[in-house]
Design a protein around this ligand. Structure first.
Ligand code: FE
Length: 213
């Protein structure tokens, strides 16, 4: 993923002013707290990692697992995602207007925010650094297949890739395809197969063999 690092700032004048100022404020606050010994920077990193990769995306994984198991929930999710997601208790800022898009053998969905980093916090937690990076934001639109390849995802040439641009008003949740070999698993076991990246579209759900030791 070497091409996807980098600094998210410096691209869009309208959004960057906002991001830059907020970033400065956060950094200033963090350094005061660290200087005074109120917080440990390692603990902060831990906290961020928790919301980026553990607690946050587990909510979305429950939504996907339920959709895989329950056809009527799936239909509700695809037609009224905000309400279907809220019914499981996941609501909040940055997730007020959700749209769920389902991957199929014919179509793969990929989510980006070309302007900044709009992301469905209630179901995915905090966005990963690469999601906010300028290379991802521009290349996801221009060359989605190339971006997917860098994430290790190779799709059939027959699969169309649809790129969804998040905005301040609309956030997307990708419902990945249910993996082969997951028949008969319960909701907990299915949720464990759903990765954060699979709900952004930069990954696929794990197969049970890949997850089991
Ligand atoms: Fe944004």
């Amino acid at each position: 993923m070497s091409g996807l690092g980098g600094d998210a700032q410096g691209i869009d004048a309208g959004h960057v002013g906002q991001i830059g100022e907020m970033d400065l404020r956060v950094r200033a606050l963090e350094s005061v707290l660290v200087d005074k010994g109120y917080v440990d920077p390692a603990a902060l990193d831990d906290l961020i990692d928790t919301y980026e990769t553990r607690i946050g995306p587990r909510n979305g994984a429950r939504v996907v697992a339920r959709a895989w198991l329950d056809a009527s929930y799936r239909d509700w999710l695809l037609s009224e995602a905000t309400a279907a997601i809220a019914s499981l208790g996941y609501t909040g800022r940055q997730s007020e207007h959700m749209i769920a898009v389902e991957n199929t053998p014919q179509r793969h969905n990929l989510v980006v925010c070309t302007l900044c980093s709009c992301y469905p916090w209630a179901v995915l937690g905090l966005p990963p650094t690469w999601y906010k990076s300028a290379p991802y934001r521009s290349r996801a639109v221009r060359d989605p297949r190339g971006v997917l390849a860098e994430f290790g995802v190779t799709l059939s040439p027959d699969t169309d890739i649809r790129v969804w641009d998040s905005t301040a008003e609309i956030r997307y949740l990708v419902v990945p395809m249910r993996p082969a070999g997951s028949e008969g698993l319960d909701e907990d076991a299915l949720a464990a197969l759903v990765t954060r990246d699979s709900m952004i579209g930069t990954g696929l759900a794990h197969t049970p063999e890949a997850t089991d030791p």
